[in-house]
Design a protein around this ligand. Structure first.
Ligand SMILES: Cc1ncc(COP(=O)(O)O)c(C=O)c1O
Length: 342
């Protein structure tokens, strides 16, 4: 294992970097093999793999954090394991035992320990687990074999100079998911479908687009590749409930933090695009940023501004500081949320 790597931790972005070792396990004849760490960052698969032709693949994203006393910890990896299994079930791929998933994450972090950024930089080691259908196959059917892999890359702090709000636009032209489609699964097709909408939103000067519910286009679903939350004028933490939203682990963690740490009421329910004035603050949440405060949302050529386009609201700030503190080990975590890598 490398003991020293020459990385400018304070100027890392969110980019691929080849690290030393990655985990690979193969499913064949009804079972996963034991899995092992490999040096090669290329995988060779059949040209007829279902992952290539029929989108039979899914993935996850989680981080390893360096604490003040130099330890390394994972944040709720069991939730990523359960979610990858829900994704696998939706597209007929075999589940991965939760212990195998967590053990593989730990193996990858340990093998690449030199790439875990120091405490205080805000940088982390991002883990990318994935499952793909492989093997020789031509017709539209589930694959004969599967590959479960995890690689990791150090990634920079999302906000280099502290949190700052960004604006989003409502996507009226494109949907991210169908009413009974795969919106709740973390499958690549959802992301392929979002690429054009994202580029067009950025060209118009927005951070990304917000997707409405595909059936009625009246309710907020996802904010780019993150979940939405709003703080009502009477301090209720509200987040949308819908079967076509990806269940964000950050969102469920914030629901808990809002209730148990900040003493707020919480609700999972419809968020109507025509009723944004019920919120004094709003944000997008996900593993990448924890929270991206939403300055304003443009809908039908009008920009609705929440707290401010330049300042972050006080409730959003408290939510962010608490969850960020839990992830880096500065705030006591609820039981079972932290897995130490040792
Ligand atoms: C579509 C989508 N929604 C929400 C999220 C946020 O989920 P999490 O908080 O588990 O990172 C992600 C990122 O994984 C995502 O891709």
């Amino acid at each position: 294992m490398k003991t020293n790597v020459n990385i400018d931790w304070n100027n890392l972005g969110f980019d691929y970097m080849k690290t030393d070792l990655r985990y690979v396990s193969i499913w064949k004849d009804g079972n996963w093999d034991a899995g092992n760490l490999v040096e090669d960052n290329n995988i060779t698969i059949s040209e007829a793999s279902t992952a290539i032709h029929y989108g039979q693949q899914c993935f996850e994203g989680l981080k390893a954090y360096r604490t003040k006393d130099g330890k390394i910890q994972l944040f709720r990896p069991d939730e990523n394991a359960k979610r990858i299994n829900r994704s696998c079930n939706r597209i007929l791929m075999p589940e991965i035992p939760v212990e195998k998933f967590i053990d593989a994450c730990i193996q990858v972090v340990k093998a690449n320990e030199a790439y875990v950024p120091p405490y205080g930089t805000g940088a982390t080691l991002y883990l990318r687990p994935y499952v793909i259908g492989i093997g020789d196959n031509l017709g539209v059917r589930t694959a004969p074999e599967f590959l479960f892999g995890i690689f990791c890359c150090p990634v920079g702090a999302y906000f280099k100079g502290g949190m700052s709000p960004v604006n989003f636009m409502i996507s009226e032209e494109f949907d991210r998911a169908a009413p009974h489609g795969t919106g709740a699964a973390k499958v690549g097709g959802n992301y392929a479908a979002s690429l054009l909408a994202h580029v067009q939103a950025v060209e118009k000067g927005f951070a990304d687009c917000i997707y409405l519910d595909p059936a009625t286009h009246t309710k907020i679903e996802e904010v780019g590749a993150a979940n939405f939350f709003g703080i009502t004028n009477d301090d209720v933490f509200v987040t949308p409930k819908s079967p076509s939203i990806l269940a964000s682990i950050t969102k469920y963690s914030l629901l808990h933090v809002a209730k148990e740490y900040l003493g707020l009421k919480t609700e999972e329910r419809d968020v109507l695009i025509n009723n944004l004035s019920e919120f004094k603050e709003a944000g997008a949440c996900g593993t990448a940023a924890v929270i991206s405060p939403i300055g304003g949302i443009e809908y039908k050529n009008e920009l609705h501004v929440f707290h401010s386009e330049t300042e972050v609201g006080p409730v959003t700030t408290k939510l962010y500081n608490t969850l960020y503190g839990i992830q880096f080990g500065d705030v006591e975590a609820p039981k079972g949320w932290i897995v130490e890598v040792k």
